[in-house]
Structures are given as C-alpha cells and as structure tokens.
Design a binder for this molecule. Structure first.
Ligand code: NAP
Length: 253
C-alpha cells in the first residue's frame, strides 16, 4: 500500500488537498495538532471511498523533537508523495511582531519543512513515482508589506525546494521536488495571521481562491513535470513554471 502524507490537513488547503488525493484513490497519512478535525476528514474520506486507508497523526510540528518522531513513526509505510503544507503567517511590522509567534513560525515554516524534506529525500530519492511538494506562497517570490518575516520564511521554502529540485534532476534521481505557491486563499490563514477569531474574505480581499480550487491546482502541479505551480498575484491565474530562482552549479576542486 502506498500513502500520501499531508501536514496541516486539519483545515484549508491541506484539508481540501487530502480530499483531492483521496478522490484519486490515494491512501492518506494526515497530520496536524487538532485531532477532531482530522477525524472528521477521515470520516469524509470513508464516505467517499471506504477502501482507502487514512492514518491520523496528531503532532505539533513546531517542536523539532516531534518532527523527528513523526517521521520515524512512519517508517512502516511506503510513502509515494510527501506534502509539507503546515504553515502560518503573521501580519505586523518587524519592530512590532510578537517574537514568540515568530519563533514558532520559523520552527514550523522552515525547520520542520527542511527536516521532513531531507529525511524523505534520504529515503525515497531513488523510488520511482515519488514526489515531494512543499507549500510556499506568492510571498515566497515577492515581499509583501507588513508580512516581511512570513515572506522571508516562504522565500526560504521556494529557494530550498527549487534548489532541491535542481539537485535531484542533476543526479538523475527518481524523486521530483515541487513548490506550490498560492496567492490569497480562503482558509483559516488570515485569522491566524491577524490573531482574530473570525475573518470574512468576501468584501475584505479583492481576489482569492477557495481552498478547493487550490487543491485542484495542487493536483495540476502533481500531474505536471514542472517544478513550480504559482498563482499570478495580479490575474490570479495558476501557472506551471520552471524554477524561478537562478541556480548555479560550481565544480569542487
Ligand atoms: P490554515 O487553514 O490555517 O491551515 C494551516 C494548517 O497547518 C492547519 O491544518 C493547521 O492545523 C496546521 N498547523 C498549524 N500549526 C501547526 C503546527 N504547529 N503543527 C502541525 N500543524 C500545524 O491555512 P492554509 O491557508 O490552508 O495554509 C496552508 C499553507 O498554505 C501554509 O503553509 C500557508 O503558509 C500557505 N499559504 C496560504 C495562503 C492563503 O492565503 N491561505 C497563501 C499562500 C500560502 P492545526 O491548527 O490543527 O495544527
């Protein structure tokens, strides 16, 4: 049995992507901190297709020790696709941002993603049909005012994943690494970024996608041979692209 791992599957893009992969007949390993939401997702998948296996992992991935434990606990499963989607943002100026939240953001958006990507590459680089998809942002290519630190984490995600994709291609590896870069998407993202209990996208944000639409783009990227799937921040059109950052390879003496 093969599995698709999705971190941050308890809401938003991760939740809808889990449903989209389930609709493709993929067994799932879904992770986040909220067990109840993951149980609800598992029940929805069971209604869609009772044949599918759905494994739940309740884990706080902002704690490094948990990240290693989470990966080690999946050793018995054959993982066809690994999606690092868990992440959050923050809207504040650098001088005013709350550092405890920022430190957690760096641990989750950067550290957990790097550790999980590295371990997955170590084990699966030579396995045919495998993919690693890391969720960045349009803010991983353009710096957005009042979200400088969040964007910097996503620049990291984009640079790391594009570089990894180049490295794997250079070695002729079987594993493909890809970046999904959404623009505004209707999820719990805004309320978490703003530290508010509720947020209405309609009327507040001129253009956005639904999480279901973004999950459709995730599948488009999954199906393609391209490295980057990015939403154009002006037209909101989804584009499949080659890596966007310059990449050099230098010989060592
Ligand atoms: P969301 O609805 O807030 O989903 C975030 C997911 O991450 C949730 O399942 C959440 O689950 C999980 N998560 C948060 N902290 C976690 C932790 N410490 N450990 C484990 N899981 C954690 O937002 P979303 O928009 O779907 O976000 C998904 C990804 O898309 C993020 O990487 C985000 O940066 C990116 N993105 C979003 C937008 C947008 O406009 N929505 C745009 C560009 C990029 P729990 O709270 O249950 O742990």
């Amino acid at each position: 049995m093969k599995y698709t791992v999705i971190t941050g599957a308890s809401s938003g893009i991760g939740y809808e992507s889990a449903l989209a992969f389930a609709a493709r007949g993929k067994n799932l390993i879904i992770a986040a901190r909220r067990t109840e939401e993951l149980e609800q997702l598992k029940a929805t998948v069971a209604d869609m297709n009772p044949e599918l296996d759905v494994i739940i992992r309740t884990v706080d991935l902002s704690v490094t020790a948990n990240v290693h434990e989470f990966y080690e606990g999946l050793r018995d499963y054959q993982i066809e696709t690994w999606i690092n989607n868990a992440g959050f943002g923050n809207f504040a100026s650098v001088g005013e941002q709350k550092l405890d939240k920022i430190e957690t953001m760096l641990h989750l958006n950067i550290e957990a993603l790097t550790v999980l990507s590295s371990l997955y590459v170590r084990d699966y680089a030579e396995v045919e049909g495998t993919q690693l998809i890391n969720v960045s942002s349009g803010g991983g290519y353009v710096i957005v005012a009042d979200a400088v630190t969040y964007c910097a984490t996503k620049f990291y995600v984009s640079a790391f994943t594009e570089g990894l994709a180049q490295e794997l291609r250079g070695k002729g590896a079987a594993l493909q690494a890809k970046v999904l870069a959404p623009a505004a998407t209707e999820t719990e993202f805004a309320q978490r970024s703003l530290d508010v209990d509720e947020f209405q996208y309609k009327g507040s944000i001129p253009k956005y996608h639904t999480a279901r639409e973004m999950a459709g783009f995730m599948l488009d990227l999954y199906d393609s041979q391209q490295v980057v799937g990015i939403v154009d921040g002006t037209t909101y059109e989804f584009q499949l692209r080659d890596p966007l950052y310059p990449y050099v390879s230098r010989m060592r003496n």
